[in-house]
Write a protein that binds this ligand. Structure first.
Ligand code: DX5
Ligand code: ZN
Length: 246
């Protein structure tokens, strides 16, 4: 499996001092920052948009290599993932991770401009994200079957292959929910088929649940409340990494 990547979710940080929270978290040994973008439509919660990402990006050095320290891992819990690709690229997003369900469920558009924002297939969207110079991730909600990702990951067209799969281990929308161990067969199936794939898990990860996720084959670990709620965030990050590295 690829190296362990620990990606604290800043959803659980103090939004009043978000820039400092970001630089502190990298200082505590985090690899990436997981940035949860919610639109109040795809999920029943609203967070923040590209202007906020621009500001917090300036508090953290850009990664010098692909997936290096300081990668902004933007988890796009939004209904129109194509519409925001360019804005987030400009804001400093490195990895644009959209939801498969949003890409296939784009609703009917009223104008040609709206049409081009809404009509997209996951493959076209991945290509578009790559054209903007970002890495592309595809996320699946708990009720979505993992096999929908195979067609994308098996593509011979390199530009249309995602760089990461995100298996949600809670229903997206809120931090601090309970980890769903019944999502682990999805992770196992992905790891078996794709030994080198970056497989991210998100939701309810902590020192209590990390072994289950690591044993299944996850290597990219998101943790919000477990890191930001800790007395010693650096220690939690270290323990999560040790569990993945075995
Ligand atoms: C939930 C978000 C998660 C969330 C995880 O919709 O995608 O990234 O912040 O929070 P914890 O780790 O507290 O479950
Ligand atoms: Zn997330």
């Amino acid at each position: 499996a690829p190296p362990a990547i620990i990606a604290p979710s800043i959803l659980s940080a103090d939004f009043g001092t978000l820039g400092k929270a970001c630089s502190d978290t990298i200082g505590h040994g985090a690899d990436w920052l997981h940035v949860d973008i919610m639109d109040g439509h795809f999920v029943p919660n609203i967070t923040f948009g590209a202007p906020v990402v621009t500001k917090i990006r300036s508090h953290v050095d850009r990664p010098k290599e692909t997936f290096g320290t300081g990668t902004f891992d933007c988890h796009m819990m939004i209904s129109e993932p194509k519409k925001w690709v360019k804005d987030f690229q400009k804001a400093g997003c490195d990895l644009y991770c959209f939801h498969y369900e949003a890409a296939v469920n784009s609703t009917a558009a009223e104008s040609p401009e709206e049409q081009s924002d809404k009509m997209t297939s996951p493959k076209e969207l991945i290509r578009f994200i790559h054209e903007q110079g970002m890495r592309a991730g595809v996320a699946i909600k708990p009720k979505t079957d993992v096999s929908v990702l195979y067609e994308l990951l098996d593509s011979d067209v390199k530009e249309e292959v995602p760089d990461m799969a995100l298996v949600m281990t809670v229903e997206p929308g809120f931090g601090g929910q309970k980890f769903m161990p019944d999502m682990m067969p999805k992770v196992q199936a992905l790891r078996k088929r794709y030994p080198d794939l970056n497989i991210e898990v998100d939701g309810g990860l902590s020192e209590k649940t990390i072994d289950t996720a690591a044993d299944a084959g996850a290597n990219v670990i998101v943790a919000g409340s477990a890191v930001f709620g800790a007395q010693d965030p650096g220690d939690v990050i270290k323990k999560l990494r040790q569990a993945v590295e075995g």
